[in-house]
Design a binder for this molecule. Structure first.
Ligand code: FAD
Ligand code: NAP
Length: 311
């Protein structure tokens, strides 16, 4: 029986691992299907983590996080989790890929989220080299340059406004001529002189060379257009990785938000005793490394207190 199972090894999972093991738990396993580090390891540069003045790539940035946890006794099992369920005696069963399962007294779910892909040609090839899904992270690299933004939801329009403070011009591309975003946000975007709306348009292709993106080819209602921009931000929705909380009958183990995020309180507790969620997966997540790390620490402290009170 594990004291604590942590599922996902991004900033939230690793911080949870550090605080749980350093807080005295002996039998803590982090189930991470890949190498630890999470989404940020796909980023070429991180420069907004407080206290880390040196700009570095995501893998270099995250490597010491696992080293630090392992020093305090966190174990990493490189295996995907298929399902978490609660047993009648209050413990949890963690069903693993490959048929095995583990039992734990408490569980912290940190499986994160993954931006949806838009599906245009060049999206995969240039991801991280001009195609981005994070304006807070990468917007600064396009200071005083023109960029494209794809999407018509709250995220796309809010991020277009954010980028307009940094970049010289934003081409906001949307496949319809009405927006899903809040009307007040749409108004702000329409009033912003740096943003040009290109509606009823789709991205046909992003092209470039070894240096990165050089342009974006659009399909319009009546023709085509070639934008000579070094970057495109795609905000076409997010997939929260909540699948492991689905039970055999199709319901979720705990309360969820309408968008699929896990409902938690400020202690990162779900409505199920002993089950915690942290990071991008939880409701209202700001989707930043610093926030996921803070969540992980909070969740671990809550789990420590939960386990202590079991005795
Ligand atoms: P994630 O980082 O998504 O980690 C979740 C982990 O869970 C993954 O490693 C995944 O493999 C694992 N997992 C998922 N499902 C399972 C399963 N079933 N079984 C086992 N393991 C599983 N934020 C910043 O603050 N600054 C930046 O500069 C910045 N740049 C970014 C650049 C890019 C390209 C991207 C994609 C994101 C960037 N972000 C940045 C956002 C930041 O990476 C996320 O907010 C943060 O990683 C969220 O951490 P997390 O631990 O909640 O989830
Ligand atoms: P979203 O609301 O799902 O919007 C995604 C947008 O991308 C839509 O405009 C959609 O077009 C477009 N799109 C989807 N697939 C596409 C594709 N393959 N190619 C081109 N365009 C594509 O996602 P989101 O903006 O990330 O928001 C997610 C949730 O968070 C929403 O509930 C949103 O309200 C909420 N949110 C709220 C705030 C806030 O309250 N301030 C801020 C951010 C997000 P269509 O419109 O044609 O479908």
């Amino acid at each position: 029986m594990l004291d604590l199972a942590i599922i996902g090894g991004g900033p939230a999972g690793l911080s949870a691992g550090l605080y749980a093991t350093r807080g005295g738990l002996k039998n803590v396993v982090m189930f991470e299907k890949g190498m630890p580090g999470g989404q940020i390891t796909s980023s070429s540069e991180i420069e907004n983590y407080p206290g880390v003045a040196q700009v570095m790539d995501g893998i270099s940035f995250m490597t010491p996080w696992s080293e630090q946890c392992m020093r305090f006794g966190l174990k990493h099992e490189m295996v995907g989790v298929e399902q978490v369920s609660k047993n009648a005696d209050g413990t949890f069963t963690i069903k693993l890929e490959g048929g095995k399962s583990e039992m734990a007294k408490a569980v912290i779910v940190c499986t994160g989220s993954a931006p949806k892909k838009a599906g245009f040609k060049g999206e995969e090839e240039f991801f991280g080299r001009g195609v981005s899904t994070c304006a807070t992270c990468d917007g600064f690299f396009y200071k005083n340059k023109e960029v494209a933004v794809l999407g018509g939801g709250d995220t796309a329009l809010e991020e277009a406004l954010y980028l307009a403070n940094i970049c010289s011009k934003i081409y906001l591309i949307h496949r319809r001529d009405t927006f899903r975003a809040a009307p007040s946000t749409v108004e702000k975007v329409k009033k912003n002189e740096k943003i040009e709306l290109i509606t009823n348009a789709s991205v046909d292709e992003v092209y470039g060379d070894a240096s990165g993106v050089l342009g974006v080819k659009l399909k319009l209602q009546n023709g085509e257009r070639d934008l000579k921009v070094p970057g495109i931000f795609t905000f076409v929705g997010l997939n929260v990785r909540n699948e492991i909380l689905k039970q055999d009958d199709g319901s979720f183990l705990c309360e969820m938000e309408a968008g699929g995020q896990v409902s938690v309180n400020l202690k990162m507790q779900t409505n199920i005793a002993g089950l915690f969620a942290a990071g991008d997966l939880r409701k209202d997540a700001p989707k930043q490394v610093i926030c996921a790390a803070g969540d992980g620490a909070v969740a671990a402290l809550s789990a420590l207190s939960y386990i202590e009170n079991l005795h």
